[in-house]
Design a protein around this ligand. Structure first.
Ligand SMILES: NC(=O)c1ccc[n+]([C@@H]2O[C@H](COP(=O)([O-])OP(=O)(O)OC[C@H]3O[C@@H](n4cnc5c(N)ncnc54)[C@H](O)[C@@H]3O)[C@@H](O)[C@H]2O)c1
Length: 366
C-alpha cells in the first residue's frame, strides 16, 4: 500500500511531488477566461471502474490548497467505492470560486465540456457548493454526470442517503463504545448543518439526542436551533464542548494536532471527507485516547452508493438497503482494527486496497 507522508514545504509546491505522493493516475487543470472557470479534476485510480466523485466549489485560499484538496478527496473516493463493493474508481474535481457569487450556467457548461473530454474516465456529481441544477447544466455538455434532478431521471440529492449511512456508522460506533447503539440522551456536537448535517440532525432529533451545533451560516443555525432545540456553539468552541460524540460534517482535517487535545468525546462519526489531517498520526492518536473513530470514507459512502444506483439504473430503495450495510461493515472494521493492533482508518483502507489489488489481478487476465 502507498503510504501518504507529510510533504516538505518545497514538495507541497511541486505538483508532481504531490501527484506521486498520493499515486494519482491523472490530474487535469481546466481554465476558461470567458467564464472565469478554474477547475482541477483528479483521477486517482480506475482499476475498479470509471473514477466517480463530486465536484466541490470553494473559495480556496490558494491554488496549492485547491490541488491538495482535490488530490486528497479523489484518493478518498477510490477507497470509499472499493470498500462499498462498487465497481467505481476514485475521482473528484474542485472549482475555485465562491459558489454563491461566481457560478453561472456558462461556467457549469464549460466545466461539463472539460469532463466530456475525459471520455468517461471521470464521472462527476455534486459536492459542497454544487446543486442538482448545476449537474443539469453540466449534463447539457456531457453524459458523464450523475446526481441529476429526479425530474430528469437522476437520483436527485444524495445527501439524505449520505446522512443515513453516517447515522448507521454513528450507531455502530456507539455500540462499540457503550455496548448499545441507542443515541437517546447522548450529547452530540454537529459541525456543519448543511445538506448532510441537516438530514443527520433529523435522525438524531428522532432518537432524542442532545445536540450542539455550529456553522458559518448563522441564519441556518438559528432556524435549526429553533426547530430542534439544539444548542448553538461557536465555530471554534465546537472542539471544547463536553460531548459523547463529535460529528464533523463540514470541511476536512478537523482532527489535527491543534484540536486533538481539546476533544472530550468518546466517539467521532461524521460525514466530512478526510477528517484526519494525517491518517496515521491522528488515527493512532485517537486509539491512544480511547476514542472510537468511524472511518469517514466508510460511513459517508451513502452518497456514492446513491449515485451508483443512478449510473446502474437501480432505485433509491436499493441504495438505502446497501447504505444500511454500513452499520455491519463499521462493526467489522472495529473488530479488524483491534485484532490487527491498528487504527480504524488503516484497517478500512487495507480492506479497500485489497479489493483493488485483487481486481487488478483479475483484469490482467482479460
Ligand atoms: N453531500 C453528500 O452526499 C456528501 C457525501 C459524502 C461526503 N460529503 C462530505 O460531507 C461534508 C458536508 O457536505 P454537504 O453536502 O452537507 O455540504 P454543504 O455545503 O451542504 O454543508 C456544509 C456546511 O458546513 C458549513 N461550514 C463550512 N465551513 C465550516 C466551518 N469551518 N465550521 C462550521 N461549519 C462550516 C457550511 O456553511 C455548510 O452549512 C463535506 O465534507 C462533503 O465532502 C458529502
Amino acid at each position: 500500500m502507498i503510504e501518504v507522508k507529510e510533504l516538505t514545504a518545497q514538495q507541497e509546491t511541486s505538483v508532481f511531488s504531490q501527484i506521486s505522493e498520493y499515486n494519482h493516475e491523472q490530474v487535469v487543470f481546466c481554465h476558461d477566461h470567458d467564464t472565469g472557470l478554474k477547475a482541477i479534476i483528479g483521477v486517482h485510480n480506475t482499476v475498479l471502474g470509471p473514477a466517480l466523485g463530486g465536484t466541490r466549489m470553494w473559495t480556496y485560499a490558494s491554488e496549492a490548497e485547491a490541488l491538495r484538496d482535490v488530490l486528497r478527496l479523489s484518493r478518498g473516493m477510490t477507497f470509499k467505492s472499493a470498500i462499498s463493493g462498487l465497481n467505481l474508481g476514485g475521482g473528484k474535481a474542485v472549482i475555485i470560486g465562491d459558489s454563491k457569487k461566481d457560478k453561472t450556467e456558462a461556467m457549469m457548461r464549460k466545466f461539463g465540456r472539460f469532463v466530456n473530454n475525459l471520455n468517461g474516465k471521470y464521472i462527476t456529481a455534486e459536492d459542497m457548493g454544487m446543486t442538482t441544477q448545476d449537474m443539469a447544466y453540466i449534463g447539457m455538455e456531457t453524459k458523464y454526470v450523475a446526481g441529476l434532478p429526479e425530474s430528469q431521471g437522476g437520483s436527485g440529492d444524495p445527501s439524505p442517503v449520505t446522512a443515513y449511512g453516517t447515522y448507521m456508522g454513528m450507531k455502530a460506533a456507539a455500540k462499540r463504545a457503550w455496548g448499545n447503539d441507542s443515541l437517546a440522551g447522548k450529547k452530540i456536537s454537529v459541525q456543519g448543518t448543511g445538506h448532510v448535517g441537516g438530514y443527520l440532525i433529523d435522525y438524531l432529533v428522532k432518537e432524542n439526542a442532545q445536540l450542539f451545533i455550529t456553522d458559518i451560516d448563522q441564519e441556518r443555525l438559528r432556524r435549526i436551533s429553533a426547530a430542534t432545540g439544539a444548542t448553538v456553539v461557536g465555530l471554534d468552541e465546537i472542539y471544547d464542548v463536553d460531548v459523547d460524540i463529535y460529528s464533523p460534517c463540514a470541511m476536512g482535517a478537523t482532527i489535527n494536532d491543534n484540536t486533538l487535545s481539546r476533544l472530550k468525546c468518546q466517539v467521532i462519526a461524521g460525514c466530512a471527507n478526510n477528517q484526519l489531517k494525517n491518517e496515521d498520526i491522528h488515527g493512532a492518536a485517537l486509539v491512544d485516547m480511547g476514542i472510537v473513530y468511524a472511518p469517514d470514507f466508510l460511513i459517508n459512502a451513502g452518497g456514492i452508493i446513491n449515485v451508483y444506483s443512478e449510473v446502474k439504473r437501480l432505485n433509491r430503495e436499493w441504495a438505502m438497503q446497501q447504505t444500511e450495510q454500513i452499520y455491519n461493515t463499521t462493526l467489522n472494521i472495529f473488530a479488524k482494527a483491534e485484532a490487527d493492533g491498528t487504527h480504524t482508518q488503516r484497517a478500512a483502507t487495507e480492506i479497500a486496497q485489497k479489493r483493488i489489488d485483487d481486481m487488478a489481478k483479475i483484469k490482467q487476465t482479460y
